[in-house]
Design a binder for this molecule. Structure first.
Ligand code: ZN
Length: 94
C-alpha cells in the first residue's frame, strides 16, 4: 500500500514539474526574445527547449512573428514620401 502511494505521488510530482518548466519557458519567451533575460533565465530557457519540442516550436514561431512585426514596423515608420505628400496636401489647403 505504502509503496504504491509513493509511486503515484512521484509520478504526479514529475508531471507537475514538467508543466511548471513549460509554463516558466512560456513566461520567459518574451524577455528572451527581447534580449532582456538574465543569464540564469536564458540558460534555463535554452536547456529546456533542447529537450522540449513544444517549447522549441513556440519559441521559433514567436521569434519569427516578432521579426515580421519589427520588420513591418520599420518600413511603416519611414514613410518619407507619404510625409511629403501629406505636407503638400496641408500646404494646398492652407
Ligand atoms: Zn516545454
Amino acid at each position: 500500500m505504502e509503496s504504491k502511494f509513493t509511486e503515484v505521488y512521484q509520478q504526479q510530482a514529475s508531471e507537475d514539474s514538467h508543466e511548471t518548466d513549460c509554463e516558466k519557458v512560456a513566461n520567459l519567451l518574451d524577455i528572451v526574445i527581447d534580449g532582456e533575460a538574465t543569464s540564469d533565465q536564458s540558460e534555463f530557457f535554452t536547456k529546456h527547449i533542447e529537450d522540449c519540442v513544444t517549447c522549441f516550436e513556440s519559441h521559433q514561431k514567436q521569434k519569427l512573428l516578432k521579426g515580421l512585426i519589427s520588420g513591418h514596423l520599420k518600413r511603416v515608420i519611414v514613410p518619407e514620401r507619404l510625409a511629403l505628400s501629406i505636407k503638400a496636401k496641408i500646404q494646398e489647403t492652407v
